[in-house]
Design a protein around this ligand. Sequence first.
Ligand code: ZN
Length: 504
Amino acid sequence: MSIRLYNTMTRKKEELVPRELGKITMYVCGPTVYNYIHIGNARTFLNFDMIRRYLLYRDFQVEFIQNVTDVDDKIINKANEEGVTPEVLADTYREAFELDMADLGVMPPTMAPRATEHIDDMLEVISCLVDKGYAYESEGDVYFEVDKFAGYGKLSGRNLDEQQHTLASGPEDRKRGPWDFALWKAAKPDEPSWSSPWGPGRPGWHIECSTMSTKYLGEAFDIHGGGLDLVFPHHENELAQAEACTGKPFVSYWMHSGMLNIDMEKMSKSLGNIRPLREVLIENDAQVIRMLMLGTHYRSPLNFSDDSLADAAASLERVTNCVFNLEDALKRVAESDGASGKTDREEHLLKLLQVYKEEFHDRMDDDFNSAAALGLLFYVVRDTNTYIGEMMSRGLLENKETLLEFKRVLDDMFRALGLFQSAYGITEESTVTRVHTLESRARIVNPRVERPTRDELIDLLLEVRQAARDMKSFELADRIRDSLTELGVRVEDVPGGYRWRVER
Ligand SMILES: [Zn+2]
């Protein structure tokens, strides 16, 4: 059993053969931190989280690097608009991004290098390209000379001669060829800049990704991912920079996540239909969003609408109801302490479960086809409910082993798909500091404020205790107090009432 994945470079599905046995090195382009991310960005990050979690589930060690672009025209412009420095602006939205990802249940990257902390590394790569004749200086800018790199266009399959007319306008007079792109941009007044052999300036966007990916994962690594809109020019340029400098193939597999449309239309500023993720999270549980994303193959376009959200919520509810049913049944069977032999019906169901599980793996192995794999999850949900229903109606719930097997299969599928998992992953694979304590996440406007807080629940229990005392049910009142004490909540009776605090 091996995993096959679609490689944008070869335009076909290929067997995943890691460079190092049992280990996958993976780089996914991260956010440019100038604004809150929208639901389309979120889809890309969720898709790669699903892929990463499935690789972990299949026992690969996964090294997952995702950059933070914290110097860029968009950041400088927005900082000017908001009257803050670009550093402050970038820091604010980087933190917002991390919180959004945690709220969405996306595992933090193994490492999240920032562009501004890797300027020297980028200068080294740019020098390498200049020295090898692939790049040239022009009025303080440094450009990559596309004509010098024979493989240019091999990732995107673009024929550049035919596309001259689509070129965006730019400082054409500084460039030798129309497709040449900036590795280094000469400093403009009031912009952040760093010194370089070509004078003060700042790096271009493409150079940061090829520099940081190869710095942390090696000159060649397994998977490079991003949104489909990054194939050209961003990934084509990254590839040219990396391979021109090292002389080696850069990446084994290029993976791209499909676009997200809103109500069948492309999301765009001009249509005014951009949906920030945190706004969507106000009304929808993160698991609903994940369920919606899982329901479409990661490379296919996904339509995001109120209807598709409602469908995802209904699907998720079927699953959570089943989990509740199963846990309830397991509790009862544990109490009845029965262990009878399996019936023919149970033998049949257990065999069927194995078939579902294998088919589930086959579908996920086939280019992470979560949409098809979900079908199998729903078979298991249906059969679990039917089995429990049959047993309950006959007043029998005796075979714990059968119930446990249903639970194991469901848990495996959840883990493989990333459903109901913690943001911090399924293994200790990530060494990233857990910066998102519950408290820090509660500081931002919590989308789910409707839910009772811990303190509200403690208050409620103590009101019940007080009512018990008023009715002279001292035994019950003491039981409530003692149970709270066991949980670390100290209750003191004081004149006219009571007070409480949580022990540290
Ligand atoms: Zn990138």
